[in-house]
Design a protein around this ligand. Structure first.
Ligand SMILES: [Zn+2]
Ligand SMILES: [Zn+2]
Length: 324
């Protein structure tokens, strides 16, 4: 049977508010790179390129400062999870494809309507192209009112209902699943102030989970069982790990989690790969990598031979779900 791609691309990985790198961050990276360079690394253009290619990701690049947005190209469909500031960047990319000619079709799933998850919508240019077709899905009541409110004239010069594209708002409250050809999407309520929903996408035996903005309590408790069942055997779990483990305890009921908790849950649910996501906006890339290194040690301590793969979500990173 004809197999379409199943690609996951991160466009916004930062939590709470967009947080661009500042000059001090860039300087720190330059100093660190120079400390690692030897004369042989710098002798000609090819050596310099090879040296940079070999540097760790946090030195040669950055994890990104846009708020939540992940794009899936699956079974021939465009699926978008959340409309944070990363949606603006995705929109510009989509314009280079059929969306630039007003012939695009995409499905936008909102986890919830906190600002960091919808603030990119007014800047999503494909919405302003006549002919493009969109469905926006969400479980919260009055979804249209909330999106209209964000673009009220007091806050933004262009109203949401003046967008030229054909935009259909689909409430999920009464439905159990969305099926688009061979792609199946289900959802599950997370633990977050104001309610938040995680999504599971299945296609040709591979499963992707988008589980942002959630706090996990009572690990091992019956209360957590429905969540573990929802995550069960996922090939990729995108997981809110905004805080360190200690901060997660201090900020009880703030509605976020940590990489350590992510490891516990992923091991319990037999997830194959976890992508830590919704990074804390005050963390530099150095801090992120530091917490990630501690998390690797934690996984080794609780399960030496665990097959769990772990990555830090990074803007621009594409993962091919059908390859491994
Ligand atoms: Zn958030
Ligand atoms: Zn939130």
């Amino acid at each position: 049977m004809d197999q379409q791609p199943f690609l996951v691309t991160f466009y916004g990985v930062r939590g709470s508010i967009p947080s661009p790198m500042v000059g001090q961050d860039v300087r720190q990276k330059i100093v660190e790179v120079l400390e690692q360079a030897s004369p042989a690394n710098l002798k000609d253009a090819a050596s310099r390129e090879a040296f940079v290619d070999g540097l760790p990701e946090h030195l040669k690049s950055c994890y990104g400062g846009n708020s939540s947005c992940v794009h899936l190209h699956v079974g021939g469909h465009h699926l978008i999870f959340d409309g944070g500031s990363g949606l603006r960047v995705l929109g510009n990319h989509l314009l280079e494809q059929e969306f630039g000619k007003g012939q695009g079709e995409a499905h936008l799933f909102l986890s919830h309507t906190h600002w960091d998850h919808i603030m990119g919508i007014p800047f999503f240019v494909p919405f302003y192209r006549k002919g493009n077709q969109f469905k926006i899905y969400g479980s919260h009541p009055h979804l249209e009112k909330r999106l209209l409110g964000q673009q009220h004239f007091d806050y933004f010069p262009v109203s949401f209902d003046s967008c030229q594209a054909d935009i259909d708002i689909v409430p999920l409250a009464d439905q159990k699943e969305i099926v688009l050809g061979d792609v199946r999407i289900t959802w599950h309520e997370m633990n977050h102030p104001g309610r938040c929903f995680g999504y599971r996408v299945e296609y040709r035996g591979k499963s992707f989970i988008y589980a942002t903005d959630s706090e996990y309590k009572d690990l091992g408790d019956e209360n957590l069982k429905p969540t573990i069942d929802f995550f069960k055997d996922a090939d990729l779990l995108v997981f809110d790990s905004q805080y360190t483990f200690i901060e997660g305890i201090e900020k009880e009921d703030w509605g976020h989690s940590s990489m350590f908790i992510g490891v516990d849950i992923a091991v319990e649910a037999k997830v194959k790969k976890i992508a830590f996501y919704h990074h804390e906006p005050t963390y530099s890339d150095f801090k992120l990598v530091n917490v990630f290194e501690q998390t690797k040690k934690y996984l080794k301590a609780i399960d030496t031979d665990s097959p769990l793969e772990m990555i830090l979500s990074q803007e621009g990173l594409t993962l091919d779900m059908l390859k491994g």
